[in-house]
Design a protein around this ligand. Structure first.
Ligand code: ZN
Length: 191
């Protein structure tokens, strides 16, 4: 478990074992149940049994796109719309931003990992954090559309816009199921 002089901390779910009780708490007793907080050094993240399973964090300033790509390519037949949600390949991408980023980069969600060019991945690694940091939450809803296109019920490029016209070409947005999740896309803009 952790050491007091460690610098970074991650919160994991789980019951705290006695060994996790912080020595500086100054008293002994029951460790309250709830999230287990482990204190780790940066160098420990790669060997931690649970954290090492996670892929590179898309929002980290030190995001390692080559490593994310390497992990995605372990299953080259997988469709990109499913693979981007695999937290062991790439951590931090949720269903909304997956659909939005694929639309912005004009990548069809059914395309397989092996058919996507390295420069398309590099563009995605830029697009995702850009959308995610710009995607302000308005009244609890993620907004990705630029202000000039927003209306009261239109806040995203494609997500949950099935049947509505694409903001770029006017074609109706479609939905498909992948890995138990919905992917939203424009059948004309995305190839
Ligand atoms: Zn379109």
């Amino acid at each position: 478990m952790g050491r007091l002089d460690d610098r970074s901390a991650r919160v994991l779910e789980g019951r705290p074992p006695q060994a996790a009780a912080p020595p500086h708490a100054g008293r002994r007793g029951r460790v309250p149940s709830g999230p287990l907080i482990e204190i780790l050094q940066e160098s420990g993240l790669g060997i931690h049994p649970r954290l090492s399973a996670l892929g590179p964090d898309i929002l980290s300033p030190r995001f390692d796109g080559a490593e994310a790509l390497r992990r995605l390519q372990l299953r080259p037949d997988r469709e990109i719309g499913e693979a981007l949600l695999d937290q062991e390949a790439l951590a931090g991408v949720g269903n909304v931003f997956k659909s939005e980023a694929l639309f912005r980069r004009r990548i069809h969600p059914r395309r397989r990992i092996r058919d996507i060019r390295p420069e398309e991945f590099r563009a995605l690694w830029k697009e995702l954090p850009r959308l995610m940091s710009a995607g302000a939450k308005v009244a609890g809803s993620i907004v990705t559309l630029p202000r000039r296109l927003r209306k009261h019920d239109e806040t995203r490029w494609v997500y949950r816009r099935t049947g509505r016209p694409c903001f770029v070409c006017g074609t109706r947005i479609e939905t498909l199921r992948q890995g138990g999740r919905d992917s939203y896309f424009c059948p004309r803009c995305q190839r």
